[in-house]
Design a protein around this ligand. Structure first.
Ligand code: FAD
Length: 285
């Protein structure tokens, strides 16, 4: 089903992200996670592609399992920066053969060790390529605190507009811990003529390892309120987990009250956390 058709006025979609297991682990190791996540009946589940050393080949198999075995709509991520047109076409054919018609078209992070490819430079080019092939509904990524490589926020919005014009039907945001960044970004998008639904990416931080890793990796600002909570409970894993969940719930409540189109939960393959948050906000959606 086309995700765009799921949005309704005064309703907020709740969706999840999962990642395939590391290359050294069997694909079956994620099935238990999928079973528990799909029981929560999210609008859809997205499956990352080759991120953080996970096997790209498994993206299609996992998306297909989510859709066909558990009856939940799935989005398969696809990146292009290290791929030729032929490789991208092959991946799309694999998606098509598995009846996966929702894709999140990404540039991907530049990996210095891999041989450079020149077929695609930006996600907008991939989006156009997929649209021209036909038969897919396409989503794109966006960055409330500006993509780290962008010259400035205006340039980033203008580039995002190219991606939307190329065929991105809705956007999923990078994670953030201060909702004000998201609201300001949303407004800039509207001023820039970007009128597609924008889902807010929320990452519940439940252990100390995650905190700095996330901030360094994606450049998200860690607000004083967030840092106080983390500092207070850093030596008490259970309290830190509960505080991280409560912080994410607080963000979600505010976003829903402000009419956000969707909340995309970066579950980190942790069904316990996804369940707690779904239970807390389920009646508000
Ligand atoms: P783009 O939209 O191409 O933007 C990248 C940079 O180029 C930006 O600075 C932009 O301003 C600039 N730019 C864009 N177009 C132009 C242009 N025409 N001229 C000049 N500059 C331009 N990575 C993975 O490897 N696998 C995943 O599964 C994955 N999933 C993700 C899911 C979400 C929701 C998000 C937010 C990110 C995800 N990423 C994933 C990370 C993503 O690949 C990186 O953030 C990457 O650096 C940018 O990808 P993009 O698609 O946003 O790129």
């Amino acid at each position: 089903m086309r995700i765009l058709d799921m949005y309704e006025e005064n309703k907020t979609l709740l969706s999840f992200e999962v990642f395939p297991p590391k290359k050294t682990s069997p694909i079956e190791s994620v099935y238990g996670v999928l079973e528990e996540l799909t029981e929560l009946k999210p609008a859809y589940i997205s499956v990352t592609y080759g991120a953080g050393g996970t096997a790209a080949d498994n993206t299609c198999a996992i998306a297909s399992k989510i859709k066909h075995d558990y009856g939940v709509e799935a989005i398969a991520h696809i990146t292009c920066v290290n791929s030729s047109r032929r490789q991208v076409s092959d991946t799309l054919e694999q998606f098509r053969a598995n009846d996966i018609d929702n894709v999140l078209a990404l540039r991907g992070d530049i990996v210095p060790d891999l041989p450079p490819q020149t077929d695609f430079h930006y996600a907008s080019e991939l989006t156009e390529f997929i649209r021209e092939k036909g038969g897919f509904h396409i989503a794109g990524a966006c960055y409330p605190e500006v993509h780290p490589e962008a010259k400035n926020d205006i340039d980033d919005i203008l580039n995002l507009k190219k991606k939307v014009d190329a065929g991105a039907e809705f956007l999923i945001s990078q994670l953030f811990f201060d909702n004000q960044y998201f609201y300001d970004f949303q407004q800039k998008c509207r001023f820039g003529g970007i009128n597609v639904p924008i889902e807010a990416g929320i990452m519940p931080v439940i252990n100390t390892k995650q905190i700095n890793r996330m901030a360094t990796l994606c450049g998200a600002t860690l607000p004083a309120k967030f840092l106080r909570v983390m500092a207070r409970f850093e030596n008490n894993p259970k309290a830190l987990r509960d505080a991280g969940i409560a912080y994410a719930v607080d963000q979600c409540v505010d976003l829903i009250a402000n009419g956000v189109s969707g909340i995309h939960l970066y579950t980190m393959n942790n069904p316990y956390v996804a369940r707690k948050i779904t239970e807390a906000i389920g009646s508000l959606l």
